[in-house]
Design a protein around this ligand. Sequence first.
Ligand SMILES: [Zn+2]
Length: 224
Amino acid sequence: MQVQEELIRRRVVHTSPNGKNRTFSSNHCFAQMIICGNCGEVFRRVHWNNRGKKSIVWRCVSRLENTGLFCDARTVPESQIEQVLVIAINQALCDKDAFLVTLQNNIETVIIYENDQTLAAIDKRLEELQTELLKLASSKADYEDVADEIYRLREEKQKAQLDNVSRDELKKRITDMGDFLRKQPTTITEYDEPLVRRLIEKVTVYEDKFTVEFKSGVTVDVNE
Ligand SMILES: [Zn+2]
């Protein structure tokens, strides 16, 4: 359970370059998703009123509050981000075969790093140490070193479990993307929020382009 929670925590928090964690302040689909390619901060949704002309834009947080970072990243209309996502998803659909090959490679990389063996080895060692601890304790010998070692191994075990959960989650995301590509026959014409929530991990805004990263790990550049 702890492992699941940690994974969720990791996903909802963006760590800023200055070390401050940012938790969700808005549940808009783009919250925590739009990242500044200039200073590394997140973009925030702003209601813009330019001489009576109202619009919704996204701006780097460093331009809205004091983050300790100077940033002159551009201001992006929300409609432009939606359009960029339609283009990126369509590119994935048009280039289906290439994407499926990349996804397959990603899955193989994930599998290579699986560490079930590490976990089994830690469990075995923990069992041995626990027996030793009992023996030492019952003979009134000093068992502090053994206890320390058990403590250390438990932490290591938790870390290994966490890595496995992350990998399972990533494998699921990659498979999900593959299913989407196989099922969706044609390109999309309109911005589709549920689809974006399902497929897109983040969008990095640069001066001359947007880099769209899918949850599967695949990235697409959109020059705009
Ligand atoms: Zn910035």
